[in-house]
Design a binder for this molecule. Structure first.
Ligand code: ADP
Ligand code: MG
Ligand code: MG
Length: 256
């Protein structure tokens, strides 16, 4: 049986000012359906690059390897097709959109995905009902739906808004690439609860983080250590505490 997500021997590079730079160097990673996996690893190891390649960002060139997603060749799919197939990428730093109403923005995003999936679009009234209920569940004030997208939102509010978007899109696979900066304990908890709420046999996720704390809340099925463009070690949820205590040195030495 094919796995939900199967990344095999993935190599990718970026054209940085005319210089080809190899960033992913043989990533192997399998995520079964219904599982939440985490990737930890030193800065610059290629974690964000991996999430961008999976999302289909065009500045990255895959030079070898394969990615199968729900039995299909993910690398052959356009970014919109990936979204329609249920892939969701949470942005590392959410964009601010002055002049764009948050509820309208969310509706556009949701309807784009619904269209691509062949589902009926939600009209403004129906969408507002759905979004209000979802926002309430996340403890967001209804005000935040009327404001401009992320403009003047606190770090925690941006995270909530992002989790709201994820909840509305009902992805089958979410990639959350978190920055460390600006994430206080409350924001961590919001993200963790958003993931927990979506947990089901029909939902898998890849959570990229430096925060042992976040993984304590989420309790992933597996944790992978990424360094120098490869997964160099994998283990259970207890790996987070070990990394917190000992750092990456031991894994780096073993991989060398
Ligand atoms: P991580 O998310 O693990 O910190 P990244 O995937 O962001 O790592 O980066 C991996 C490596 O690729 C780093 O050395 C980084 O400088 C380089 N890199 C990533 N994106 C670019 C880019 N657009 N231009 C040049 N180098 C890049
Ligand atoms: Mg493989
Ligand atoms: Mg990163």
């Amino acid at each position: 049986m094919s796995q939900f997500l199967d990344i095999s021997g993935l190599n990718a590079r970026i054209d940085a000012d005319g210089q080809e730079k190899e960033i992913l160097r043989g990533v192997d990673l399998v995520i079964p359906p219904g599982e939440v996996h985490a990737i930890m690893g030193p800065n610059g190891s290629g974690k964000s690059t991996l999430s961008y390649v999976l999302a289909g960002r065009e500045d990255y060139e895959v030079t070898s390897g394969s990615v199968s997603f729900q039995g299909k060749d993910l690398l052959e799919m356009e970014p919109e097709e990936r979204a329609a197939a249920g892939l969701f990428l949470a942005f590392q730093s959410p964009v601010e959109l002055p002049g764009v109403n948050n509820a309208n923005f969310l509706r556009t995003a949701v309807n784009a995905v619904r269209r691509a999936r062949g589902q009926e679009e939600l009209d403004a009234v129906n969408f507002l009902k759905t979004v209000r209920a979802a926002a309430k569940e996340l403890g967001m004030s209804p005000d935040m739906l009327k404001r401009n997208v992320n403009v003047g939102f606190s770090g925690g509010e941006k995270k909530r808004n992002e989790v709201l978007q994820m909840t509305l899109l009902q992805p089958s696979f979410a990639i959350l690439d978190e920055t460390d900066s600006g994430l206080d304990v409350d924001a961590l908890r919001i993200v963790a609860e958003g993931v927990k709420r979506l947990r089901s046999p029909q939902f898998s996720a890849l959570v990229i983080t430096h925060h042992q704390r976040l993984l304590e809340y989420i309790v992933p099925d597996r944790i992978h250590v990424m360094a120098k463009g490869r997964i160099i070690h994998s283990g259970g949820p207890e790996l987070a505490q070990q990394i917190d205590r000992e750092g990456y040195t031991k894994f780096l030495a073993e991989a060398a």
